[in-house]
Every structure is written in structure tokens, then in C-alpha cells.
Ligand binder design. Structure first.
Ligand SMILES: [Zn+2]
Length: 489
């Protein structure tokens, strides 16, 4: 992720943070030998060739906000499902006009089961849009799938045409094999995850009769980590996301000539408010997801952080543990709501007393806490009666999902088949995905994408996004194992 891509995405609800920050502590730093480099020519089964063709085609479509090309992706995929034997009545391309005026679409495909399990359907989600990429900034054309040195390069190779391709191909592979699921499986591919998630909301509400499910598996969250040598070390199940909310804090003043300063001053007062907010720490919180995260990560984390994780999981008010965890931003973010000043503007002339001073404070709110409660807390902590605080954007919160044993077991089986014994760890993301819209609408959601990534290969949203070739093909086996486990007899 580069500063430029961060800026270009500033208007979205949840800017994704680099996943790897969470795993820093369980990495064994060993640079000794190179990992093996595989070649796609080694993967010759029909479904593997088909997967590569779909991946190549959808990466060539610049489905970023402003280009209006998501419907083209949806239509192409719908054709694949039709050709693969899915009934027309089970394939739904759903055009949607976004509030920006742009035309996009989502795609829903139902894999009809025989209902022999009596269990509710599973909804599998991923997003067809990508963050835009400027070809002149890339070493290779971002909209051409390039294979080089054991990697696939291109915009969306990871986020999230990886998820789209692996789910699509798995449906087609199972259909071709005559597989009949014992419960309905539903694909829900969204069209604006990176810019507003309006299509996600529509799938969860307006089109609910098409998508309603017992729970949702998100192929755009969670996933595995590799060490520098390409050896798998852990797999994360994302069961919660913090709420993204920004607040605009303003102090106003009648102003006047700067030659006649007065005791009240918008800039000084706002500065005091911000220093008060800086000094305030939100109380610690814990839920099943974060407790599980700390318990399981503690086992594979060296002291003193590992010990602190264990103590925090047992007692979220353990002062000694908090003293350690608060030193590490990526761990601290899991323990509480955080707020931080991110932008500032004030005054209108160098020789005038400021008539207003405004700061933006961005908060990442622990699931279950209302945005309005954080707003009230900022006002209280700011300790200035004239302070105005406005919520910017929607500031919608979503609950954590309960740990689901069925999902955890299926993920463990599928992952351990390829990577025996690695820990399966629940976690709460400090960023947002489509998952939060599903959770808000009452469908528990688990980020379980089949990706494995080395810390140095994490380029989602950034330049030269890439995925290892063998990881791509491994994810096809992972989803095949997942779906036959969750919906097979
Ligand atoms: Zn994504």
C-alpha cells in the first residue's frame, strides 16, 4: 500500500490495513533458503486451466470505480455459469445505479441442493470491483495477468479477483463432477466493495430472498500466512470488523484583528481539545473472536508479547498485559476502540483571529459500540462546551459473529490437508469489508479466503499486486474441500 493509494481511497468506509501487521509476532525470521517457484504449466486438469482462463479474463477488465466495467465482469461470469450447466433461473445479474451515478452490478448464482441435510443455505461472497491502478506506475501492465518467477501479477490477483475466480471455478468444477449439495450454496458477487458497498447492502436487504443464508463465507477476508520461505504458519478466520467512523470537530469564534488577541481563540481551544483526546484511552473490551485470537496467537508468540496475550485473554483488565500490548499498535487495536486526529484546518488569514478551527478524528470502534456513544465520549473528553462534533458519512456499526464450530471444523480440515497442524485463529479486522454489511443485516459472516501470503508479498491496493502460482491453485483445492465438507454427504 502506498500513500497515493491510501489518498485515492480516502472516501471509502474502511481503508484496508495490511493484514500482515497482525501476524508480525508469529513470524520466524529465516531468510536462508528460497521458497520453491512453481509454474502454471504444471497444473493441467480441466478445472485448473479453466480457473486460469477466468482469472486472466477478469483481470483484463478494469473494474475500478469510475470505469463502469463491473457489469462486463458480471456478464462474463454469468456466461461461464450458464455454459457450466447452471440453470438460467439460478443466475441473476443485478444491475444497480450507485449514488455516484455509476452503473454497476452484482451477481447471484444459486447451486441448488437436494435439501437432504435440512440445513440453511450458505452464502459465499467476493467482490468484482478493484481499486484502480495507473498503468504508468506499474512495472507490468496491471490489467494483464502476467506470470513471472512463480507469481501471478496484476490488479485484483489478490483483492479480490482471486476470491471471485476460486469460488467461480469451484462451483463449475463441482457441477461438472455431478456434485449435488445437501443444502443450497449461493454465490453473491458484489460490485462496489472498494468504494461504498451499496451493492452489498442491496444483496443483504433488497435481494435478500436470493441471498438469505444461515451464514456467509467471505472470500475477501481472513486467510493464511506464509513465512519468508513460503512455509505456512497460521490461518485466520475473520469473524468481526471494527466500525470505521470519522468525526469533524469544530470550534468557532467571532474572530477579529490579530493585533488585538482575545482570551478565547478557536485554534488554541481546538488544540486543547485534541490534546485531551490524545490523552484519553478507551476502555479495553473483549469478545469471543478477540479472546480466541489472543489465546491462540499467544501459543506461537514469543515473550513478552505472547505472555501478555495470554494474560489479556484471561483478564482484559490485566494492567501488566495492557502495558505490553499497548506498545504494539496492531495488538492494541484489537483490545479497544481507538480514535486519532488525522486532519486539521483553521483560520483564514495570517493577520486575522481564526473564526473556526476544524479537525478530523478517525475512530475504529469495537463491535457492539454505537457510533453515537463514541461521539458523546469525544465531547466529554474534549471538555469544551462550544465544541461541535459531527459524524462524517454513515458511521454504521456491525456486530461480531459468534464462533461457528461447523465453519471452524471445515476450515481446519481443508487447511490442514495442505498445511498440517498450523493454528487456525479467529480474528477481528481493524478494517472493513463486505462482511460488515452482511453482519449488520443479521447474517453471521466469516472471512475465510483461500489465500496464503508472505509478508513481503502483501500488495493489495498497491503497486505490483501479486499472488504465488501454487497458492492460487492450492485455493482451488481448499474451496473444493470446504464445499464438499460443508454441503456434501
Ligand atoms: Zn477486497
Amino acid at each position: 500500500m502506498t500513500p497515493d493509494t491510501i489518498l485515492s481511497n480516502n472516501n471509502r468506509q474502511g481503508i484496508k490495513m495490511i493484514r500482515t501487521t497482525l501476524i508480525t509476532f508469529i513470524l520466524l525470521l529465516c531468510f536462508s533458503s528460497a521458497y520453491s517457484q512453481s509454474n502454471s504449466a504444471d497444473y493441467n486438469a480441466d478445472y485448473q486451466r479453466n480457473a486460469l482462463e477466468i482469472y486472466r479474463h477478469i483481470i483484463s477488465i478494469r473494474s475500478a470505480a469510475g470505469h463502469g466495467k463491473v457489469p462486463e465482469v458480471a456478464k462474463y461470469l454469468a456466461d461461464q455459469f450458464r455454459d457450466g450447466g447452471f440453470d438460467d433461473s439460478d443466475i441473476h445479474v443485478l444491475p444497480q445505479t450507485l449514488s455516484s451515478g455509476e452503473e454497476t452490478a452484482s451477481l447471484v448464482v444459486r447451486y441448488e441442493g437436494d435439501d437432504s441435510s435440512g440445513r440453511e443455505p450458505i452464502l459465499l461472497i467476493a467482490h468484482m470491483d478493484v481499486v484502480d491502478a495507473l498503468p504508468k506506475d506499474w512495472e507490468r501492465d496491471p490489467f494483464t495477468l502476467v506470470e513471472e518467477d512463480g507469481y501471478f501479477f496484476g490488479r485484483g490477483t489478490l483483492d479480490d479477483k482471486f476470491g471471485i475466480t476460486t469460488l467461480t471455478t469451484t462451483f463449475l468444477r463441482l457441477k461438472a463432477a455431478g456434485f449435488v449439495p445437501n443444502r443450497d450454496l449461493i454465490l453473491g458477487f458484489t460490485g462496489d466493495e472498494e468504494s461504498g458497498m451499496e451493492t452489498t447492502r442491496a444483496l443483504a436487504t433488497e435481494y435478500r430472498e436470493l441471498t438469505d443464508a444461515g451464514y456467509v463465507l467471505n472470500a475477501d477476508g481472513g486467510g493464511g500466512f506464509l513465512d519468508h520461505n513460503g512455509r505456512a504458519i497460521a490461518f485466520m478466520i475473520q469473524g468481526a470488523e471494527k466500525t470505521f467512523a470519522s468525526f469533524e470537530l469544530t470550534i468557532r469564534n467571532p474572530g477579529g484583528h490579530s493585533s488585538l488577541p482575545r482570551p478565547d481563540n478557536a485554534i488554541y481551544e481546538l488544540a486543547t481539545v485534541l490534546k485531551n483526546i490524545e490523552a484519553y484511552t478507551f476502555p479495553t473490551q473483549i469478545n469471543d473472536i478477540t479472546r480466541g485470537y489472543f489465546e491462540k496467537t499467544a501459543v506461537v508468540t514469543a515473550a513478552p508479547v505472547g505472555d501478555a496475550m495470554k494474560r489479556f485473554a484471561a483478564n482484559p483488565n490485566d494492567e501488566k498485559a495492557l502495558a505490553v500490548l499497548s506498545q504494539h499498535p496492531e495488538q492494541n487495536s484489537v483490545t479497544r476502540t481507538t480514535c486519532v486526529a488525522t486532519m486539521l484546518s483553521a483560520g483564514h488569514a495570517e493577520n486575522a483571529l481564526p473564526q473556526s478551527a476544524t479537525a478530523t478524528v478517525n475512530c475504529r470502534i469495537f463491535p457492539g459500540v454505537a457510533v453515537e456513544d463514541v461521539q458523546a465520549k469525544l465531547f466529554e473528553v474534549g471538555a469544551n462546551d462550544t465544541l461541535e462534533i459531527e459524524i462524517m458519512g454513515e458511521g454504521l456499526s456491525s456486530p461480531a459473529s459468534p464462533i461457528n464450530e461447523e465453519v471452524t471444523a471445515a476450515v481446519s480440515n481443508a487447511v490442514h490437508k495442505q498445511h498440517p497442524d498450523i493454528p487456525i485463529i479467529p480474528y477481528m479486522a481493524p478494517y472493513g469489508t463486505d462482511g460488515k454489511e452482511m453482519r449488520r443485516a443479521g447474517m453471521p459472516t466469516y472471512g475465510v479466503m483461500g489465500l496464503f501470503v508472505r509478508p513481503e508479498d502483501e500488495f493489495a491496493h498497491g503497486l505490483n499486486e501479486r499472488v504465488q502460482v501454487d497458492v492460487f491453485f492450492g485455493a482451488l483445492e481448499y474451496w473444493h474441500d470446504m464445499l464438499t465438507d460443508l454441503a456434501g454427504n
